[in-house]
Design a protein around this ligand. Structure first.
Ligand code: DX5
Ligand code: ZN
Length: 213
């Protein structure tokens, strides 16, 4: 499988967000991973649909909205209207029935649906709904903050998910040149990374190292 790299703009310099995004796009990013936090599901607050909308003309790359929010059903449409191409909801925040329903609605609009799992959430939690989703996002840190340490104990779960899910498997949290290859070896094909890419002196090299191990 081709490896894709999705930089998380959480680690960008917010005083020069557009320039940072253009620079990392030119350095070879595949799509943007945008971390949406509500202060309820996670102990931090970040980006809303307004900012996503104003970033849409800045880049040609697709947007993944990683919704770390307690009530995703209230906000999915707002992020779609703001320009999201992939909506990622946490399985801890939504029923199987609603995942199926949202998959139908989003696919009708040409939008992909991904489901994320916290480190403590078992692979089995997504088994029944994996036929209707496009991507699984395996959290390799507890969501809430960038710059945390990769949790190696989650790697086994990637292998478990790969055994029953043939679509895209992304990992998110603490991904760098050492941990990325562990996730890929276990079956992931997309690496979401914030700190490693945005804080790198040579962003092209950082992305290349992630892509090629
Ligand atoms: C964590 C976020 C991650 C985070 C990754 O809650 O979902 O996307 O920005 O940042 P790094 O790569 O710095 O761990
Ligand atoms: Zn994320």
């Amino acid at each position: 499988m081709n490896i894709k790299v999705a930089p998380s703009i959480l680690a960008a310099d917010y005083t020069r967000l557009a320039q940072d995004i253009r620079g990392v796009e030119q350095a070879g990013a595949d799509f943007w991973h945008i971390d949406i936090m509500d202060g309820h599901f996670v102990p931090n607050i970040t980006i809303g649909p307004g900012l996503v909308k104003s970033l849409r003309p800045v880049t040609r790359l697709p947007f993944e909205a990683h919704l770390m929010i307690s009530e995703p059903l209230k906000y999915i449409d707002k992020f779609v209207e703001a320009g999201a191409d992939i909506i990622t909801v946490h399985i801890e925040t939504i029923s199987e029935k609603d995942v199926r329903h949202q998959a139908r609605l989003l696919h009708g609009k040409g939008i992909k649906l991904a489901v994320a799992l916290n480190p403590a959430t078992k692979a089995a939690k997504i088994k029944n709904i994996c036929d209707c989703i496009d991507m699984v996002l395996v959290m390799t840190v507890n969501p809430g903050f960038g710059g945390q340490k990769f949790m190696a104990e989650v790697v086994g779960k990637i292998t478990q998910i790969r055994s029953f899910f043939k679509g895209d498997i992304a990992v998110d949290g603490g991904i760098d040149a050492l941990t990325g290859p562990l996730a890929i070896k276990a079956g992931a094909n997309i690496l979401a990374a914030g700190t490693y890419i945005f804080k790198a002196k040579n962003k092209r090299k950082a992305i290349e190292r992630l892509r090629h191990g």
